[in-house]
Design a protein around this ligand. Structure first.
Ligand code: TRP
Length: 341
């Protein structure tokens, strides 16, 4: 008998371009999960309205996010890949959950406080209830596994609280969702500016985007900080050197990494050569993805078909859950009459 697969759900904000950190920290995991679980991967276009009410660029951003994730290996035939705004059931569940969410706990949320600080003129109710909408996204599919980074821990804790409250009041409908990633720690992709991890940063040169052209990739890598090299054999590496090795381990052949490690240890390393090699290996890694993204973006018919296919799968699961929800909440006045069909 085949065991029913656990359900994985995650949301991706359609803001900006994917970088190498997103690839190794998130997308690569999704690609693996789609083989092992029933997966729902959603573009969080409604969430983006809390901070970006202007929708002029939304379609383009949604297309990019879809194209980038597909180019990285997400398969619309394996996972449900869909847009949040296409699943109306989300809004219904969001409404019900809002009645179970307290103003006090919502106001305490770190991301809420942070966003209010960033946009004091637009502290809208959508921002306040952002974690409620996120909970609706997840439990609409009765998902229990949520691949997200550390920054989403608090939202998941709130999701568990809303689920507990719902189940306690109306009956067990939802499993409690938990953060889920392979291994205990996510792969860290260091930034090119010497410290910290790669992120969407102000320093354009510190982050490698999957959309960067070959020259930009080479230039960024060549600008990474180095020094005149170690003076004693087998010395410890400063963080900015360690980071170059870490990046190399992600995209270069093992033998290449080994060669430069040995050069480092016997003080013959030439950082110029190492960065040139890393630049070439990065180009080899990123350029096929970038080309694939561009060809997908050029095919709107395909993108529409992907969204339709994803929405169909997501709707099917959403409708089944909402039947249970309305039933549990006592909202099925039509069919609940004793003489009903
Ligand atoms: N809030 C998440 C982020 O900022 C995006 C998101 C929306 C999400 N809905 C979700 C993540 C559901 C996991 C599950 O990245």
């Amino acid at each position: 008998m085949s065991k029913k697969k656990e359900i994985v759900m995650s949301g991706i904000r359609p803001t900006g371009f994917l970088h190498l950190g997103n690839y190794f920290g998130a997308v690569k995991n999704y690609v693996r999960m789609q083989e092992e679980y029933e997966c729902f991967f959603m573009v969080a276009d409604l969430h983006s309205l809390t901070t970006h009410p202007d929708t002029k660029e939304l379609k383009q951003n949604v297309h990019r996010v879809l194209a980038e994730n597909i180019a990285c290996g997400l398969d619309p035939d394996k996972a449900a890949l869909y847009c949040q705004s296409h699943i109306y059931e989300t809004s219904e569940l969001y409404l019900y959950l809002n009645m179970l969410a307290y103003k006090g706990e919502l106001e305490k949320t770190t991301t809420f406080k942070e966003k209010v600080r960033l946009q004091p003129d637009n502290s809208n109710a959508g921002l306040l209830t952002y974690p409620v909408l996120q909970t609706a996204d997840i439990i609409l599919h009765r998902a229990s596994l949520v691949p997200v980074g550390k920054d989403q821990e608090q939202h998941l804790e709130m999701a568990r609280n809303f689920v507990k409250r719902f189940n306690h009041r109306y009956g067990e409908v939802f499993p409690e969702p938990h953060a889920f990633n392979y291994g205990s720690e996510l792969v860290k992709v260091p930034s090119l500016d010497g410290s910290g991890k790669m992120s969407k940063s102000e320093n354009q040169y510190a982050t490698l985007y999957l959309a960067d052209d070959d020259d930009a990739i080479r230039k960024k890598v060549m600008r990474a900080k180095t020094d005149s090299g170690p003076t004693a054999p087998n010395s410890a590496k400063p963080e900015y050197i360690e980071n170059i090795f870490l990046l190399m381990k992600l995209v270069s052949e093992e033998a290449t990494v080994k060669k430069f490690s040995e050069d480092y240890n016997n003080c013959t390393i030439r950082y110029g050569d190492m960065k040139k090699q890393l630049g070439e290996d990065m180009v080899k890694f990123i350029s096929p993805i970038r080309n694939k993204v561009n060809s997908i973006l050029g095919n709107e018919t395909y993108l529409r078909q992907v969204m339709e296919q994803g929405a169909e799968k997501a709707r099917k699961s959403a409708k089944a859950t909402m039947e249970l929800v309305r039933e549990a909440m006592g909202l099925k006045y039509f069919t609940a009459t004793p003489t009903g069909a």
